[in-house]
Design a protein around this ligand. Sequence first.
Ligand SMILES: Nc1ncnc2c1ncn2[C@@H]1O[C@H](COP(=O)(O)OP(=O)(O)OP(=O)(O)O)[C@@H](O)[C@H]1O
Ligand SMILES: [Mg+2]
Length: 1091
Amino acid sequence: MLCDSLQLPSIREENENMRGRSVTPRRQDMMPSPSREIFRQTRPLTKTPKSLKTTKIASKEKRRLKKMGDNVKVAVRVRPFNDREKQRKAKLIIEMEGSTTIIKDPANMEAEGRKYTFDYSYWSHDGYKERDDGYLEPVDGRYADQAHVFKDLGRGVLSNAWQGFNCSLFAYGQTGSGKSYSMVGYGENKGIVPVTCEELFKGIEEKKLTDDQEKEAEYQVSVSMLEIYNETVKDLLNPSSFKKGGLKVREHPQKGFYVEQLRISPVRNYSDIEARISEGNFNRTVAATNMNATSSRAHTIVAINFAQKAKNDAGKSMTKTSIINLVDLAGSERADSTGATGDRLKEGSMINKSLLCLGNCIKALADKQLGKTTAVPYRDSTLTRLLKNALGGNSKTIMIAALSPADINYDETLSTLRFADRAKSIKTKAIVNESPTDKLIREMKEEIKRLQDQLKGGGTGGVVIQGIPQDEVEEMRRQMEEELKKNQQEMEDMKLTWQQRLKEQEEGSLKMLLEERNKQEARKTTPHFWNLNEDPMLTGMIVHFVPAGKHILGNSDPADIILKGLSVQREHANIVNKSNSVIKIQPKGTVLVNGKTITEETELRHNDRVMFGSTHLYVFHHPQDAAKQEKEGTNIEKVSFDSAQQEIAENKGFDMGTKGKSTEDLLLQEDLLRIMPMVNEANAMSEELDKKMKFELALLSPQARGLKDGKTEVLIKAKNLENGNEFLWDQNKFINRKYIMQEMYQNYSEGDDDWDYEKEKDPFWEPVDSSVMIGTAFLYLQSVAYCVEFDEMIPVTDMAAQEKCKLKVKAIPCDQKGIPLNDDTFVEDPKELLNTAFRFKISIDQCLGLPRKYAKVWCRYKFYFSDEWNTSEMADSDTLNPNISYEEMFTADPVTQVFIDDLQETPLLIQVWGRQKPGVLEPSLAKATTKELFKIDPEKLRYLSQDKQQTKTKAATAAQKKADKKDKKADKNAAKSKVTSNDKDKDEQIEQLKAEIERLKIAMSNNSSSNNIRVGDLGFADDSSDRKLRMLGSLVSEARNKNKPVVLTDRVDSVLRTGQDLSPNRIREAEVNAAMGSGNESGKSKVCTIS
Ligand SMILES: Nc1ncnc2c1ncn2[C@@H]1O[C@H](COP(=O)(O)OP(=O)(O)OP(=O)(O)O)[C@@H](O)[C@H]1O
Ligand SMILES: [Mg+2]
């Protein structure tokens, strides 16, 4: 019936329809927006008869729709152990039986593991061999190779795409678990993305051959590639979009969320797609290195738009479209899982926002399936907005969860399995997407015909049909016809633009293809650098050629090899290639060759690892030298990002050898390798942003953490160079802070005036009252096991095993009331205490020799057999020996053998904690930049306590007054004795100045007596030039006037030698050198302190 087909849906129903359904969609659903608009506009004119009201049908329809939909298909895949896991003999915690995956708790391997069943569980852990071409093929039926995974998942994607369904495939899992391997693949082991694309074009070619000419079939494929990093969208096929804030995500009433101005490149064949993806990866690598972004934190979406146009059997033109979204998600580990929970900035970074939100959406969608009414927070992040359809709308969706097989990743792998388990209950509702334009044309034509028939058949002239006056029907028809014309035109335009765009692009593509080919050829003969990235996908993407001649490497003009990013100077290094035989590098900024910093011209050999600044890591490829080395039989080792980092760590003094190392030591090495580059980056950012913070790696033993055994933890020492305060950050806190530092640095490098955050949000800043661990002490309790009191002073040492202070402690066996037992109650054998009730008190009386920099101090300790910490009150440390006065009694009732063993064997760990007082950096460095301060050994930086500084200032003022008085007196005396010979006069002045300078307390700013100078050393008495004397006098007065207690001997030297003071620049340099204890040609820059 006419009115049936013109039925206007209720808004709610309309929304429901828009989410899609698969069978005989109604006309309105298929209309492009203009037609919908017309229907909305005509609504007031169209009085829908009561009998046709929709409520009943709508609810029935809704129920039907609800029942429909496909579940998200979920596959999990476990990768092989990597080299490090093999080296430390990691335990395998994953088992698979059919489509079930079992995860075992490494702490309890005997126990039955947790089971999860999915659509597919892929065993790719072992049972394979590497073919000569590098492809990993199964040696038994169990191993799932790339072809197997494609067969199950990729084929389904392809077949859906051919049918006109939107498809989404996303890979989830922690960093290094194998997401990119499954999605994109490496070398011969091509993943689902390239194989799907390849197969798609193969299919097109086949179709073209077999297609019925009458059908005039046409196939159009376009590709786009984007990255979401830190909630910002970058078009990877259009580097000019890499601007601040990225591209906008907008919402279209029909299309849903989309990225505005995203480049969608038409492609004619598979190699076109391959070239686009490689171009996208290249752009991604450059951007990640320049912005010092952590690539594993980026989500990459490759979207393939596939349109098929053909005439159907009835001769009608049909367009089926399918968007295939291939999503390689960021590593799923959360930086705030443990340690950063206490940090004020734990929510500060946006780096995890999209992934957290994805988790929330999946949870909400899963809850919905259980009948809960809950809103799905798609809008909360960029990723979930763009994946809205993939997760709950018009898409056939597959998720592949990548699993690490190693024990150490148990928590993350379990969380991946839970995530995957939740995802499998989600339903999406995919519909066949016939091009709305074609559908509309067809349906409109049908509609008009029906209308005309109706009108003719009724023959009633101006009679109202089913409540609609004829003029309204005519109006509607006119609008429809107009719409029809417009749509036909739109279609023509669409076709034209695709072909035009293809043509336009082909010229560019050809050029790029040629360039790429030339580049590949040049790599065989021309020396070049190729990049190393922590993400193997981005490794080898950037190549810098060094043909014969001299090249400047730097961050801008005049450099011909341009590297942007952290710590790269304008002219960072010269590279000189002499006829491709000897290639030398002359460093100007920081350059490391094979892990060592070079300061002089150095020859580069084939396979050398070269680091420029703090993030640009390259391998040097020297074809001629390679040939030579090969001839000589040199073993050319394969270089990876990890091996290069390992080399750097070794050169920093870390023991990275693996022979005979325990699992704990090997894990520690892994942590060091992971954190060390981040510490370098953080320091480079601090330097560039002048944040006066310096970060260092620090190690904390399990014992110092109150554990009997376990692995040594890598912590980060954050030192505020302005006030001398030091803090220890755990890895999570540091990593989280580093992400915020990156955001800040990004804003800074993009020229944002507001790049600097207020103190509370500043990732470099740590409040002075943050608690810090001063050190740990061990209290041995053997004597207590013999009922003998222990009363000692025990040393408190910091992480570098330096003694910081002492603790006066007692361990006293006592009775129920806490009264110490008599001396004669001792036992000859602790076993005598077995099964009795035994009590003792631990008393921490005092801290002795506490460094002055602490304002508060307190202690805490715990027994190994207990999880609880006992914590003293916070004591003011205004003396060097603050009282702690903390006493606690312990009861063992009855005494067990374990208790006795513990008393005898395991010392009690006492941690001493404190709060620091902010110091004041020595005045000569007050204005030094972070860069200048970084050149000084942090141990040599001196800080005055604020109180001391005030006292010093007062003392200096008093001394000055006294000296002024004396000067005046001397002047008076001089005036009185007018008549003296010139020489005598000068001698007197010399004596006066000598006396003055004698008053200069001679000391280095770092108080090293070996660097002190004496007046006699200056050669002062030998020179009697008036000018020099006057100048020396003015140096002393200047120091006094500025309330500066020091005079630089470089300046005194300069005056004595040349009669001139140093230039302001040299003065500044000498000040820095003085503080560093290094410097001028005479060996040391020195300062004389004015008493
Ligand atoms: N199924 C597999 N078979 C063989 N090797 C694998 C497999 N899966 C992953 N690998 C290897 O493991 C390493 C890490 O894999 P991949 O780069 O895919 O991790 P990822 O999850 O993408 O990590 P990121 O989050 O850092 O991007 C690679 O060297 C890869 O070759
Ligand atoms: Mg990856």
